[in-house]
Write a protein that binds this ligand. Structure first.
Ligand SMILES: [Zn+2]
Length: 125
């Protein structure tokens, strides 16, 4: 975390706008955007899986807030979850549900590993 920075964004619909970035904002702020599209972004935090080809990202999370968004949900900090090519703005209950689902899926993966271990043991006989 760094000290908050103050920036000026030149908007297409509200002229120059002075903004204070949240301490976690590491995003670049471009000019000539609509005010509703202004977004403070934290760094991407990829979740990876180890594969035979090396680590592969299965999802990315990043803190975000869009202080002038039309959708009130986006005006409060949220976590944007990137899965494949799409992003899913997610609040606290949604993140908890994703974490619970990932934990359940980890158990499914362990069950698959146990089945594979049995098959490999049988194949060696
Ligand atoms: Zn910012």
């Amino acid at each position: 975390m760094t000290a908050p920075r103050t920036i000026t964004v030149r908007t297409l619909d509200h002229g120059p706008l002075e903004l204070r970035c949240p301490t976690w904002c590491t995003g670049e702020h471009e000019d000539d955007v609509h005010r509703a599209d202004i977004s403070h972004l934290g760094p991407d935090q990829p979740l990876t899986l180890p594969t035979r080809s090396g680590p592969v990202t299965n999802l990315v999370t990043a803190l975000e807030v869009r202080p002038y968004a039309f959708d009130g949900f986006l005006r409060m900090p949220f976590v944007n979850v990137g899965i494949g090519a799409d992003w899913y703005p997610t609040g606290l209950p949604g993140l908890e549900a994703m974490a619970d689902t990932l934990a359940e899926q980890a158990e499914q993966l362990r069950e698959q590993a146990r089945r594979l271990a049995v098959l490999l043991q049988e194949a060696r006989r």
